[in-house]
Write a protein that binds this ligand. Structure first.
Ligand SMILES: Cc1cc2nc3c(=O)[nH]c(=O)nc-3n(C[C@H](O)[C@H](O)[C@H](O)COP(=O)(O)OP(=O)(O)OC[C@H]3O[C@@H](n4cnc5c(N)ncnc54)[C@H](O)[C@@H]3O)c2cc1C
Length: 390
């Protein structure tokens, strides 16, 4: 039986970030990354809107995003291979969270948390908002929160590839294979069984299997409260002009941001129309029923908006509180989880990859203390709720 110090199941952005940070911290660690689909066509990473914000309500999320944008801005230094620096097409532009009068107290409370964590954010009243964005219809708004530094978007696939190439250059082995069962002896995970029946032994195993994480955990007797939810993204064009536009979040939950010669936009389906999902069919009714009416009313010229293409991806949603589950389960050893990222895992991948390497190599966090995002709150049913979920 082959044996590795660390086996990572799921080789998209999270698994590859973990593989990179492990190899960077300790070149002697033998890492195997198992990925069932090297085309990466359907993983959340590839289908992501790939945007980065510091505007969360949970301090840990803010700090992880701040580390993420600093890492991404300097990615050439971190992830160059043989002198070749990757380009992840990082574009800095602030998020703009719009608030009605009813939503203003939450916006202000989140703002206070963000400032306390060192995020560069600014509250705008309606007059300041209108003066700054002439194309925005503000009559029903009470204010907004704007990111001034470190927010923006990038190319998600390029980020994942950059982590992967660098990890491979450090010695990590990538293998296209599906993990079907975790091998458990008493309290310890000792290896993994693959779809072809072969087995691989390991010192530690990391579950970064995204939408496949709960099924994998179940094979070791662990119930991971993470389910997939479909999220549709529409690439639109219109004659509108939106100078200075970053990623705008309407109070309705509809978001949009510039992309190429148009904009990307989307919204989460209402809870009663948002079941666990397996298919990748676009729900076009979301655009007709919710997105278009909101955007046509919000932006001068968006009523002439036309969908050029659309796709659907899967969020891995932690049903308890929309925050990730990170680290070890108290009932099982040598198994680490990094799951339930909802719509904010891409920007947290550098921080999570670093955190996982610390857990493997030191048995605890050395940089950011992310222990509140561990299993304990889940098992006690004490949510650490993230209020700013997009
Ligand atoms: C439409 C959409 C928009 C988003 N927008 C943003 C955004 O703007 N900003 C942001 O930060 N985040 C965003 N996200 C979320 C972000 O993309 C994800 O949180 C992040 O990519 C998760 O990465 P991951 O590696 O954990 O999971 P994934 O990218 O899903 O990768 C999991 C991998 O595991 C593999 N796998 C699964 N099971 C097995 C198995 N049994 N054996 C072997 N391999 C297996 C899969 O093939 C897959 O490649 C968005 C997501 C979606 C769907």
């Amino acid at each position: 039986m082959h044996s590795f110090d660390v086996v990572i199941v799921g080789g998209a952005v999270m698994g590859s970030a973990a593989a990179y940070f492990l190899g960077a911290a300790d070149p002697a660690v033998r890492v195997l990354v198992l990925e069932q689909d090297f085309s990466y066509q359907r993983c959340a990473t590839t289908l992501s809107v790939a945007s980065v914000r510091h505007q969360f309500s949970t301090p840990e999320n803010i700090r992880m995003s701040m580390f993420g944008s600093t890492f991404i801005a300097d990615i050439g230094r971190h992830l160059a291979v043989d002198g070749q620096a990757p380009d992840v097409w990082w574009h800095e532009a602030g998020y703009l969270f719009l608030a009605s009068a009813a939503g203003l107290p939450v916006l202000q409370a989140n703002h206070a948390v963000q400032r306390a964590e060192g995020a560069q954010v600014q509250l705008l009243d309606r007059a300041a908002l209108q003066a700054r964005y002439a194309w925005l219809r503000c009559d029903d708004l009470a204010g907004a929160s704007l990111g001034l530094r470190g927010e923006g978007w990038l190319d998600a696939y390029s980020l994942m590839r950059a982590f992967r190439y660098k990890a491979q250059s450090q010695g990590a082995v990538y293998r296209q294979a599906r993990a079907v069962r975790l091998l458990r002896e008493g309290r310890r995970v000792t290896g993994v069984e693959l779809a072809d029946g072969s087995r691989i032994a390991c010192g530690q195993l990391i579950n970064t299997a995204g939408g496949g994480a709960a099924a994998l955990a179940r094979t070791a007797g662990i119930e991971l409260p993470v389910q997939t939810r479909k999220r549709c993204v529409f690439h639109v064009r219109s004659p509108a002009r939106t100078p200075g536009c970053g990623l705008v979040i309407d109070p309705s939950g509809v978001y949009f941001r510039p992309e190429g010669d148009g904009w990307l936009c989307g919204v989460a389906a209402p809870a009663d129309r948002d079941p666990p999902c397996e298919d990748f069919e676009v729900t076009h009714a979301l655009f007709d029923d919710i997105i278009w009416p909101v955007l046509a009313a919000r932006v001068e010229g968006f009523d002439a908006m036309r969908v050029m293409r659309a796709w659907a991806g899967h969020y891995d949603l932690n049903l308890l509180d929309d925050n990730m589950i990170l680290g070890a389960h108290p009932e099982i050893e040598q198994l680490l989880f990094a799951n339930g990222f909802s719509g904010h895992g891409l920007q947290h991948a550098p921080a999570v990859g670093r955190a996982l390497s610390e857990l493997v190599l030191h048995g605890g966090y050395r940089s950011l203390d992310l222990s509140r995002l561990g299993w304990e709150r889940v098992l006690r049913h004490q949510p650490l709720r993230e209020l700013n979920v997009v």
